[in-house]
Design a protein around this ligand. Structure first.
Ligand code: PRP
Ligand code: URA
Length: 208
């Protein structure tokens, strides 16, 4: 697996704001979307292009466009939803799938409650989005599910990751490309990322 850590100062700055306890729900939502867009710009830098012939007001010319079937963005519910519009700002024609998973508060194991992917999925570039990669359980389950449905070209974007989650996802799915906004120190006894930002779903949706 290739793992890319974001180095752009704008991404770093916005992640710092995201972490702050005093950041409001409105600010948090905007920041998640902006970071997703900036990370998406980096993560999609290797999209393949093909040449098409167009006519400018001056002459006919052969120029590049993105090749292949429409991209699929797949948020892991709930928190991944906050990143979707950031990717759609870059690729407005992308299809959107959904995978519903929640972590059991006691065991921290992921439980699936919903899944709907764009059809056909096989040839598409898939970008799975979830702001938090903690134990890696949710990410692994989501990628397992996508592969079971035929998905092959998979990128995974998380804004904040724990080393434990990066290792687990790397071990389970060495063939995918992982993009991490910031690698944090560790997980605490409740499997929350430290220093992290708390519960991403609750902060995006204003619950709790
Ligand atoms: C959070 C987060 C990830 C998961 C990461 O979701 O958005 O999906 O935890 O943890 P893991 O790497 O240990 O699996 P959560 O289960 O809290 O659900 P929510 O998005 O509905 O709040
Ligand atoms: N899920 C979150 O929302 N935050 C964490 O720190 C870990 C899992």
């Amino acid at each position: 697996m290739s793992v890319s850590y974001m180095t752009h100062p704008l991404i770093k700055h916005k992640i710092t704001l995201l972490r702050k306890e005093s950041t409001t729900t409105t600010e948090f939502r905007s920041l998640v979307e902006e970071i997703a867009m900036l990370m998406g710009y980096e993560a999609l830098a290797d999209l393949e292009t093909t040449e098409i012939t167009i006519k400018t007001p001056i002459e006919e010319t052969s120029q590049p466009v993105i090749q292949g079937k429409k991209l699929a963005v797949v948020p892991i519910l709930r928190a991944g939803l906050g990143m979707v519009n950031g990717i759609l700002a870059l690729v407005p024609s992308a299809r959107v799938g959904h995978i519903g998973l929640y972590r059991d508060p006691e065991t921290h194991m992921p439980h699936e409650y919903y899944c709907k992917l764009p059809d056909p999925i096989e040839q598409r570039q898939i970008v799975v989005v979830d702001p938090m990669l903690a134990t890696g359980g949710s990410a692994i389950a989501a990628v397992d599910f996508i592969k079971k449905h035929g998905g092959q070209k998979i990128k995974f974007m998380s804004i904040i990751a724990a080393p434990e989650g990066v290792k687990a996802l790397t071990d389970a799915h060495p063939d995918i490309q992982l993009y991490v906004g910031c690698l944090d120190r560790c997980l605490n006894e409740n499997a929350y990322i430290c220093p992290g930002l708390g519960d991403a779903g609750d902060r995006i949706f204003g619950t709790k």
